[in-house]
Ligand binder design. Structure first.
Ligand code: BV8
Length: 253
């Protein structure tokens, strides 16, 4: 990709920002080999639509199918590595006074890249809980069927938020709070279609906060963002961090 040019207003705003908020979606993990929800599922799962599998109804109707889908994704995520976009966000956290990273992703790649202040809006695929008590269960016998809770015998499930389920109250409350009260809002790798996450950039825009979208494609957010950095986050984010460091070198002393 040719040298990415950033508008001086963006770099100056990033330099001066006391609190940067970043919202990430599945596109941020695409270059780590984790398929996004918009891409057709690969292989075994080609005939299923994630929005039909990631629901309580699907789990009630066919718990083994849903459990096996998550086992496949959990193994894929465990083998994935953070990409330069994840590392750039972890570095940006060290370059600004305060950075809150809100993610829709359930793959822990931000934390594995070194980001600390992460809000997981939709849970985490590697955490398994009892479907009744929601207590975390660390180990379960591999019976070939859906494992059951050792305490109440209910089926186990991934600790993620399914469509039609409420988000963790604390997480969404904090996410709204910081999105409407920050100095710069970066929206990275999300189709901006899933709510309530998709309303977070709207909170920033409604509060006249500079909003920047990083996405190779356009989304419903694009016309409303101050800047659309069109490209893969694994290339755009490292270039943005580099541009900030060069700006500071030129203006230091
Ligand atoms: C809720 C965890 C209150 C699970 C996920 C009818 C009945 C019930 C609810 C609804 C309804 N109609 C609407 C709703 C609300 C619903 C919703 O928004 N539906 C959508 C489909 C319209 N939301 C909910 O249900 C939420 N809960 O509202 O509770 C309630 C309760 C009861 C009844 C009503 C309301 C819960 C939503 C959370 C669902 N769980 N994940 C799991 O992972 O299995 S969502 C899941 O899909 C992801 O977490 C993510 O949020 C979403 C996918 O979105 P993206 O991350 O944006 O990814 P996507 O693939 O879409 O796009 C990728 C983007 O990356 C693209 O733009 C692409 O261009 C870009 N890209 C590609 N490569 C790159 C890149 N960008 C940068 N670099 C690259 N290299």
């Amino acid at each position: 990709m040719a040298e990415i040019q950033f508008h001086p207003d963006l770099i100056e705003e990033l330099h001066a920002a006391q609190h940067v908020v970043v919202l990430t979606g599945a596109g941020t993990s695409a270059e780590s080999g984790v398929p996004t929800f918009r891409e057709a599922q690969t292989g075994l799962w080609a005939k299923y639509n994630p929005e039909e599998l990631a629901t309580p109804q699907a789990f009630r109707r066919n718990p083994k199918l849903v459990w096996d889908w998550y086992t496949w994704r959990r193994e894929l995520v465990a083998q994935a590595q953070p990409n330069p976009g994840h590392y750039a966000l972890a570095e940006l956290e060290t370059l600004v006074p305060n950075l809150t990273l809100i993610t829709q992703n359930v793959d822990s790649l931000h934390q594995r890249a070194g980001s600390h202040n992460v809000i997981e809006l939709h849970g985490n695929i590697s955490r398994i809980v009892c479907s009744k008590e929601r207590r975390v269960v660390d180990t379960w016998p591999d019976t070939g069927d859906v494992p059951r809770c050792p305490h109440c015998n209910a089926p186990l499930r991934p600790d993620v938020v399914w469509f039609g389920e409420n988000l963790p109250q604390e997480a969404i409350y904090l996410a709204y709070k910081v999105s409407g009260d920050c100095d710069l809002f970066l929206c990275v790798g999300t189709s901006a279609l899933v709510h309530p996450a998709a309303s977070l950039p709207v909170a920033a825009i409604q509060n006249d906060i500079m909003t920047v979208e990083v996405n190779p494609n356009t989304t419903p957010l694009t016309p409303h963002a101050d800047f659309h950095l069109q490209g893969p986050s694994g290339q755009v984010l490292p270039a943005l961090v580099e541009a900030l460091k060069q700006f500071r070198n030129r203006h230091s002393g």
